[in-house]
Design a protein around this ligand. Sequence first.
Ligand SMILES: Nc1ncnc2c1ncn2[C@@H]1O[C@H](COP(=O)(O)OP(=O)(O)OP(=O)(O)O)[C@@H](O)[C@H]1O
Length: 604
Amino acid sequence: VDSAGAEEGEALLRFKATLSIDLPSWIPGPAPCTLNSTTWEGVICFNSRVWGIQLENRSLSGTLNIRPLIPLPGLRTISFMGNKLEGPLPPDLKHLGALKAIYLSRNNFSGEIPADAFVGMRSLKKLFLSNNGFVGPVPGSLVGLGKLLELRLDHNKFAGGIPSFGQRRLTIVDVSFNRLEGPIPNRLSRMDPALFQGNPKLCGAPLTVICNNKIQPAKHGGSSGWRLSLIIIIACIIFFLLVLLLLLALRRRQKTSKVIGRPATTEHADEKLELGAASKHQQPATATTARLVEGKTSGGRKSECGRLAFVQEGRERFELHDMLRASAEVLGSGNFGSSFKAVLSAGPTVVVKRFKEMNGVGREDFNEHMRRIGRLSHPNLLPLIAYYYKREDKLLVTEFIANGSLAHMLHGNRGSTLPPLDWPTRLKIVKGVARGLAYLYDELPVLTLPHGHLKSSNVLLNDTLQPLLTDYALVPVMNLAHATQVMVAYKSPEVTQFGRPSKKSDVWSLGILILEILTGKFPANFLHKGSSGSTDLATWVSLVMEEEWNSEVFDSDMRDTENGQGEIQKLLKIGLDCCEEIVENRMEMREALERIEQLKERED
Ligand SMILES: Nc1ncnc2c1ncn2[C@@H]1O[C@H](COP(=O)(O)OP(=O)(O)OP(=O)(O)O)[C@@H](O)[C@H]1O
């Protein structure tokens, strides 16, 4: 007889006796979560123990007495959302110290929550108290919960300041529609402003309301927090003004250069940029590269009509004008410009990527860096074939890879000719990506970010579905401001929080890529957002981490997983370890590669 199980049964029956509704399936006899037991509705079992109680939308009324639940050692989550429960927050909550999640939203709870209500709840990750009638200050004991990820207090009548939350893992604090006032703590300043709306007296980032000195600092907020917010807001305003001025200056310069350049170009009339015309009329299905690539030969000076610089020996050469005359089609537009596929009439099919924000260094240094990239050679790197230098923008030429990108394979149109990626192929891709990255780390030791822009659209798949990394090692020649805005490594926690990329930022990007490959989830579109997008990414990672690891987490399109479950779990763990927030605790690229190399398609 499982005496612990029997005790659990008794505890639940005592709890049932306090409820205002009947639960016919909760009956004496075999304890819940044991082999012979019937299903006790609303009881979630795990490892033969009561793991959760979920009685949502059941018209429960009266007060909630959770004291009978104290003897349940395995209880991790309780949910009573959408009932008519009233009275104060159950005072015994803190005696259920192992709880990870408490969901009490959409009830009629009321009154003040004592400051120490959550003391000692070290495992608590999610607390949902939305849509109730709580009043008074937000309880200060929440500040001490190191694992808290998501806090929802919206639509209550909480008053006073927001306590100075400093937890690193905290990704959502929803206090909207309360009566809170004073500055928003710095740690929350990057969250979605909607989480703070409906509190007319709140101020500071992410809201646009600037804190004014007369407003008293929040009780728990600390004055340094709001002062910092103010400084950040002012710095942002100055930054935006500078960017605006810069844009105006650039636009003026572009206009001038077009006027000067136009009459001088007579040689290659068919190659002239006609982007204006192209955008006015419908873009033809195929056009010449010149038509698609803005401004190429319209520069008047001979040097501007120069030659392609080839960076690799032994490759077939072609002239710039051949490439520009080639029929071309747009592959897509990224953060730096667009990419075109150009089919040379007597030569290879290449991809021309136009980079607009690549003025990080002068011409000589740029040439030197391109030659350095050209010397790299690895089966998992897509080689740079040639480049074309112009002051405003640059063209980089690579081979065309017909299978396209990993992003396309994972998230694109599944009606394509290729079947979904199976587990062995996904593992092969992860291994290839890690090998390519480790090679970059060995060959470019002086770079802080040897890749800098690792994401699934920058991983192409060749005929045998081996991955080929692209857009690598470009950080040194990028405009820093733009790189900071859009490049993936700059979205890592160390950059978004402390503004400092590290040698391990690419490891973090590798972790995200691994999670994306295993789950099939696109990382919350963070790639196309500005720095504020990082919040989404962090949320996504946290939520992935939060899931109880079962087969539902993995991409349902991933086939051939039999006998590979253990290895898949190991890869997932490696992905999460790569996403370790604290840089010092995150592994090095070498270690990531070593752990990945040990993985097999099937357990022995
Ligand atoms: N050599 C190539 N062969 C085949 N497809 C490619 C090649 N290079 C890029 N692509 C694909 O073309 C599309 C546009 O790529 P591009 O690099 O311009 O943008 P991106 O990767 O989406 O964003 P970013 O500019 O941030 O790198 C992407 O789907 C990409 O996978």
